[in-house]
Ligand binder design. Structure first.
Ligand code: UT7
Length: 328
């Protein structure tokens, strides 16, 4: 296998379900207002997958587009990682289902469960395999059907989430690529956002369903505080080893949970708000898929040019976090 030091993103793709659910639509479902949702979060609408559309379907569509963008065939890929907290089922892994759907070879395929930080963890894992020479090209896909674990009677959570998928092909590059990686986790704060039932602790029973334990439970205001601090710290930890200052970063592609979190984190590290790429008004919080789709759209919109240094920065359930600097 070829030995290479530089690993970068050589193809990108996204898939968003067609159905749009607006804040006005939510006003008819729960006691909320468009004004509350926009001012408290920045979200205006989100996409909702069809009932017969699972995470692997969205992941495969995004992956096919990323392969086409990289001008590669499925057989050119050596590894598939899917970051998701809404797998089609416990097992087989969603990545194995994607391998079959896209017609890849019998290459390793596995899922990672690190919530909103999943795309960044996935890029970090794939990068190690490629730079060590074990594999040449990897598909990292972040895909979520959060609508399937959303309590549509809970206004404190149902206005926040959406469905979608983003994918990146990683491979050797001559210049730039992934320059630094910073990952972390804090299991002590795991209760702040979780899906309590369905696993070995609380298997599915009539009681767990009645207790609505198969839906996301979240302490929003506590998470908010952690998110601001952690996203700011992660940005500094990823840029510091490179000697970069906030102004040296061309664009930050953050996890899209709440515009107020992002503005507060930017203020903390002296970053101007116009360097933060935002698309959450269209999609809401898609967990791992948020930063992946944001990266795809930032490139599509010409916000990232060759040679730019960009920062991916995410935070989520676990708690987990991660930041990556990439020279494009
Ligand atoms: O993806 C990573 C993990 N997730 C996050 O990082 C989310 C982080 N947290 C947040 O983004 C924010 O905390 C929320 C958007 C979830 C909530 O915003 P907040 O400003 O922290 O509001 P709050 O939870 O403190 O609630 C303020 C008020 C409450 O009413 P009272 O008790 O003050 O009368 C809530 O009941 O707003 C009420 N409220 C709503 N009102 C209208 C909560 N949800 C809604 C709603 N519509 N949808």
């Amino acid at each position: 296998m070829c030995e290479t030091a530089k690993v970068g993103i050589i193809g990108l793709g996204k898939y968003l379900p067609k159905k749009i659910l607006t804040n006005k639509d939510l006003e008819k479902i729960v006691d909320t207002t468009d004004e509350w949702i926009v001012t408290r979060t920045g979200i205006r609408q989100r996409r909702i997958a069809r009932e017969d559309e699972a995470t692997s379907d969205m992941a495969a569509e995004a992956a096919k587009k990323a392969l086409a963008d990289a001008k590669l065939k499925p057989e050119d890929i050596d590894l598939i990682i899917v970051a998701t907290i809404t797998p089609d089922m416990f097992f087989p892994a969603t990545a194995c289902l994607v391998q079959e759907k896209i017609g890849a070879r019998q290459i390793p395929a596995f899922d990672i469960s690190v919530a909103c930080s999943g795309f960044i963890y996935g890029l970090a894992i794939a990068k190690q395999f490629i730079s060590s020479g074990v594999y040449k090209r990897a598909l990292v896909i972040a895909a979520e059907k959060l609508s399937s674990i959303t309590d549509w009677s809970d206004r404190s959570t149902c206005v926040l989430f959406g469905d979608g998928a983003g994918a990146a092909v990683l491979g050797p590059v001559e210049r730039g690529g992934i320059l630094s990686i910073y990952l972390g986790a804090d299991g002590k704060q795991g209760d702040l956002i979780k899906l309590p039932a369905g696993g070995s602790r609380i298997p599915a029973t009539a009681k767990s369903i009645e207790g609505k334990l198969h839906f996301i439970k979240m302490n929003g205001s506590e998470l908010f505080k952690h998110a601001v601090r952690i996203m700011a710290d992660a940005a500094l930890e990823a840029t510091r080893p490179l000697g970069l200052k906030a102004e040296d970063v061309h664009l930050v592609i953050p996890h899209q949970a709440n515009v107020r979190i992002l503005n507060a984190a930017a203020k903390r590290i002296g970053l101007s708000e116009d360097k933060i790429y935002l698309n959450l008004e269209k999609y809401g919080n898609m967990s791992a898929a948020s930063s992946a789709v944001a990266l795809v759209e930032a490139v599509e919109e010409g916000r990232i040019r060759k040679g730019d240094k960009i920062l991916l920065d995410a935070f989520g359930g676990g708690l987990t976090w991660g930041a990556i600097v990439i020279e494009w």
